[in-house]
Write a protein that binds this ligand. Structure first.
Ligand code: PLP
Length: 392
């Protein structure tokens, strides 16, 4: 980096831990370090803190506290829900999902396929919208679970999870949604919903890494994924990550308080950023479905350039963004999400995701709008794609 300035616009990869969250969790690293299963005061105080956090998380998504199980991350929640559905009804050996899920779902599905399960992947159109007619045809009385994300991490697209849940229930299948990107950014009220399982992750909403939760609708059976002690009412073994749980509770409370800001100020910042970039960079296109996206996310393809080269140049100016999914970066394979959407080859390699949060400012947005266009021009001048486009 050639600057001390940091402009962090990679919040779908992970978020800064909120200062209030750090303050809330600290006593559970210092003073209240007891094991919540212990009988003494240290244990009791800690147990009380866990139950408070369970209530805070439940409130954010309109659930009952007893419907929340703490896990280690979004990935564990996703795995637990899908495996539980298959184990609880061994006659049903099919999972229906989409081509644009996170690897936490797609990776598991690949393993399940090797174990003899039948997996159906629903296609999406060029805006990343799920074809619900195709999905309806895939769901049968063999389907154990339909797993469809609430919002996509790369494009921010919001999927019609409630409509899909009705289709699944008509065949007696359970419904899981990976809401890791949606929770804290969109209002969610599970009390008026037909979803059976919902996954969320602390580090996407200003809590630390290593804490997540799984919502399991009352009455829906849950098979333990981690087997051992009787923590979490026998639903998830292992001594609880108490500071993480307290942090997630506080982060959920803050997310609730900032929900309107997310949909107004953060969305406006994203829109200014997006239109500023599109206006200054010819041959750039938004990927996804702008009318129905997360308020903080824009995914833009810059034709004739490599996304990784753009990221490296942005990094020189202290700007953190992402190309494809952070979890799959490190490999230059184009994003499976953009591929599933049929993004043309010239746009597939040069896509950048900017994902904002409540800590971003208008000054930061203007800074990126000023720095990015010369980077694109410079890279196009030297890129083989750029020369190809100019017929050289
Ligand atoms: N699902 C989605 C949509 C995500 O974006 C991520 C993380 O990027 C995950 C699941 C995995 O969450 P975690 O990192 O908490 O395992």
């Amino acid at each position: 980096m050639t600057t001390d300035r940091v402009v962090y616009m990679d919040n779908n990869a992970t978020t800064r831990v909120a200062p209030e969250v750090i303050e809330a969790m600290m006593p559970y690293l210092t003073t209240w370090y007891g094991n919540p299963s212990s009988m003494h005061t240290f244990g009791g105080q800690v147990r009380h803190a866990i139950e408070k956090a369970r209530g805070q998380v439940a409130t954010l998504i309109g659930a009952q506290p007893e419907e929340i199980t703490f896990t280690s991350c979004g990935t564990e929640s996703d795995n637990t829900a899908i495996l539980s559905a298959l184990e609880n009804d061994v006659r049903r050996r099919q999972v229906v999902t989409t081509r644009i899920e996170h690897p936490a779902v797609l990776g598991l599905c690949k393993v399940l396929q090797r174990r003899g399960y039948h997996i159906e992947y629903c296609p999406v159109n060029n805006r990343g919208q799920v074809c619900t007619d195709a999905l309806a045809r895939m769901i049968t009385d063999e389907t154990a679970i339909v797993s469809v994300m609430w919002a996509n991490n790369e494009t921010g697209n919001v999927l019609p999870v409630h409509e899909i849940a009705d289709l699944a229930h008509a065949h007696g299948a359970l419904v899981h949604t990976d809401a890791v990107q949606a929770v804290g950014k969109l209002p969610i009220n599970l009390a008026r919903s037909n979803i059976d399982f919902l996954s969320l992750s602390g580090h996407k909403l200003h809590a630390p890494k290593g804490i997540g939760a799984l919502y399991v609708r009352r009455g829906v059976p849950l098979n333990q994924y981690l087997i051992g002690g009787h923590q979490e009412f026998g639903r998830r073994a292992g001594t609880e990550n108490v500071p993480g749980i307290v942090a997630l509770g506080k982060a959920a409370e803050l997310a609730q308080a900032h929900l309107d800001e997310e949909r107004t100020r953060v969305a406006e910042l994203r829109d200014v950023l997006e239109s500023g970039i599109l206006g200054a960079c010819p041959d750039s296109r938004v990927n996804g479905n702008p009318p129905n996206r997360l308020p903080n996310t824009t995914n833009i393809s810059f034709y004739y350039v490599e996304g990784e080269a753009i990221l490296l140049h942005l990094n020189e100016f202290g700007v953190a963004a992402s190309s494809g999914s952070a979890c799959t970066s490190g490999s230059l394979e184009p994003s499976h999400v953009l591929r599933a959407m049929g993004v043309p080859e010239i746009g597939l390699h040069g896509s950048i995701r900017f994902s904002l949060c409540r800590y971003n400012t208008r000054g930061e947005v203007d800074y990126v709008i000023a720095r990015l266009p010369p980077i694109i021009t410079e890279l196009r001048a030297i890129s083989p794609y750029g020369r190809q486009a100019r017929g050289e």
